[in-house]
Design a protein around this ligand. Sequence first.
Ligand code: ME8
Length: 645
Amino acid sequence: MCEKENKKRYYITTAIAYASGKPHIGNTYEIIMADAIARYKRMRGYDVFFQTGTDEHGKKVEEKAKEAKMNPQAYVDQQTAVIKEIWDLMNTSYDKFVRTTDSYHKKQVQKIFEKLYDQGDIYKSEYEGWYCTPCESFWTDGQLKDGKCPDCEREVHKAKEESYFFRMSKYADQLIEHIEKHPEFIQPESRKNEMINNFLKPGLQDLCVSRTSFKWGVPVTFDEKHVIYVWIDALSNYITGLGFDCGGNHGDLYNKYWPADLHLIGKDIVRFHTIYWPILLLALNIPLPKQVFGHPWMLFGEEKISKSRGNVMYADDLVKFFGVDAIRYFVLNEMPFAQDGSITWQLVIERINSDLANVYGNLVNRTVSMVNKYFGGTLNDKREYEALDEELKQFALEIVRRVDLKMDGLRVADALEAIFELLRRCNKYIDETLPWTLAKDETKTDRLNTVLYNLLEGIRIATVLIEPFMPETAKNVFEQINTEQKSYDSVLSWGNYEISNKVTEKPAALFARIDAETKLEEVQQYLEAKVPKKMRFKDEVSIDDFAKLDIRIGKVSECKKHPKADKLLVLKVKCGTDERQIVSGIAEKYSPEQLVGKKVAFIANLAPITLRGQESKGMILTAEDEDGTLETITVSEVEDGAVVK
Ligand code: ME8
């Protein structure tokens, strides 16, 4: 294969998401980022293969399936469909969606395991650690939380389990050498240092690679009691998805695209991808991926996104309110290179207003409207240049170069920011040239024509660059300004907007400005309707407040209908040596006969009142649910006169 051809290929992967729940906006960020990179590389002329997928085995999935009363395969089929739906909703252009339950994948994982066992890299031993019986999990000393299970906080005990282990330490030196020789291998740099100093240098422990405590996994062929523990299974997706064959008869995609150019993963799984995965590949004598990028995390405000904290945001909900491209823009723009980013509904609205509506939308709208208003939609080739135009041109071409550099360094947010600098520069150019003033002076028509051309060209260049990030928006803008000049090559020089093209007559706003207060209320209502309503209780009272009420058990000795009100019953209630009359609004539920003889709870010290001519000394206690079902509170064993407290 010639070197030149080789250079043009680009294989990018995301982590494969656990098929144990719906992915939140943090998980979704990863596929959007991978998509932006893949689209950018395609635009730059690379032959790209973009793979994603789902991680479908393991104890958690087994448990979740059980909870859902489904067999695990049916459960992961359902979960994977949910994940795919979100990936598709976000307009991600993956070429392959691999599932670890695919039969080809499973077969190859079994062969890999056999091979490693046969060559002595995997051996059988015992796993010893702290075992939590309800969680069926082993923990090391360091993982325990106050001596208890870090998951459920229950007691743990020392236990042993038969297990297969991978001799990690055998390959550690080879890996350290590789990392040191290839400074770009682990990105960002801080994660590389962490891996070397915290894991590799202190000495690698052998990795436990099988389990007997659950069944939902790829079985070890020569020892069926064991299933292959998830990491060998999950990580192998990057090669099996391409048609890697352990026997050497690889598929075309594998021959063409391996080694991967980029594994894009979250910071929590960098260790698995930069230590265990390369060591596995070294043992199999397979070339290592060129780069692993451990991206930062998306936080909800300042907090970790988690179901138990009740702050999970999902892409489909966000899209419902703001559209796909606004969310793609938000997450790509908001996540710095190495530090965590942050999302809240409020922040999304602010960003849409400040960047998408005010900067991009406004620029396109104003420009297209002016081309219509002053030139009937089509400019001409009469030009009158000023120094300012050259400055704008150089600025734009510099942005093209800067975006490329940033994308090369995987600084996606910075690349996007650079494009917005160009859009802001164009808006500033409008303020500097004041086209509406030029329009008032007939001798300035050629100058006005030139100014508007420069604006269309600036918009065109920015939009070509923005396409990988916001594909639908770019399509819309290309239509509005009516250009076919959408290639990367066309932005390497200034002046490729087709002068004779007619812009759209009725420019529609790209992004409408959002009224934050109204929108947040709508969001709130929508989210509340989605989750079961929280119980709302009355204000807190003290025990002394409660003690003021004298609640007793009374026996209904007589009961009749109220002569003047259908809803009321008049009861005689005996309470020890006391007997009194109480009027109660329970006639719709009870007939007088049903109540006589019952022992009911009532408030004995409520100030007496007269209800339609009948005195009532107290109140019968009832319970009423949301459906309006009502019942008196009755007792059977205690005698009347008893105190309720
Ligand atoms: O880890 N912000 O799957 P997963 C950004 N199956 N990224 C986040 C995030 C957040 N708040 N939370 C999680 C797994 N992620 C394994 C991977 S690969 C062979 C096996 C990222 O569904 C996380 O770091 O828990 C990971 O890269 C991806 O989402 C999927 O996470």
